[in-house]
Design a protein around this ligand. Sequence first.
Ligand SMILES: [Zn+2]
Length: 366
Amino acid sequence: MSKRWCWSYSGAVLAFLGCVSCVTPESRSHVDDTEDDTQQETGSGGAGTTEQGSGGRTSVVTSCGLPVPTSSGVAKPSGETGGLRVLDWAGLKGAVSYTFDDANSSQIDHYAELQGLGVPLTFYLQTNKSDAKDPTWAQALLDGHELGNHSKSHPQTASPDDVDAATTFIEDNFGITPLTMAAPYGDSSYVSVAETRFLINRGVSNSSVTASSGNRFNLPCHIPAENALASAMDAVVDKAYQAGRWQIMLVHGFTGGSDGAYQPVAIEEFVAHVNHEKTQPDLWIDSVIHVGAYWVAQNLIADITPEVDGESTTWNWTLPEHFPSGQCLRVAVDGGTLLQGGEALEWDEHGYYEIALDEGSMTLEP
Ligand SMILES: [Zn+2]
């Protein structure tokens, strides 16, 4: 079975990253008019783009940067108006994010192979390391990957100043404000620091994330054993995929590096593993901020009690702080027409309406 989509770095994904750079209410980063214009374009939802990705695959992403599920030819529901439900994982079956901590040299040495995978990755930088200034990270950002905060000096016990220093470093060197962080050692003292600074903090407890619950300031992950084979990594991600969960993987580096990465794996095994996961038809492979923002929103919207006025039902919401702009959510209904900003949304034949989260409201009418 040929795969229906894979990621490449289309304009849509790059536009999404443009948004990531300018989302904090405090406006600590370098917001300019160009980036604001980009946000406007990415928030509209609707038509997808198709282009050749790496390896000759056909790549399909929507203007929101969401992957397209394998389901297709789904007619607009014609039942009774109502039954609105949020689709987990953008309508796919499960998700995986690959994270790389500590700005280790072997991540830089093997960046070409990582980029060659054609999937967005997340790099959590420890910013007092000399390799944190390596030009690879600016390139990674341009290529559609996420740069996140892993503190400045990696203390066991959280220091707000140390975390803020890492954010300042990333802002000054790469022109973006990180929206997610990874706690050094997964220490729980980082939870309260993250709550006021980030959308998400990744810890290190060995588990995966369910669609409907979890603490976004202490998300679990799996750290492969030293020299883990591709088959061992496949088993972890396949299990989460089959269970409809989000698996975050944490790799510190690859064998042969010069700075002692924790539990390194062979780059060949890692590449073989990701290439295996790319064959799963409905697995969403994306950065922590992209999957995580969707997951936060799917739970936010699912929990709303809508306001009913005659035949019209309206959902209103406020996005949390540090939420990226220009994001979308997919919802289905039993029947009726969904509107945002007074305009009817177009039903997508893959089985959903795609709503713009920045609108803060949607209405279902007969
Ligand atoms: Zn670390």
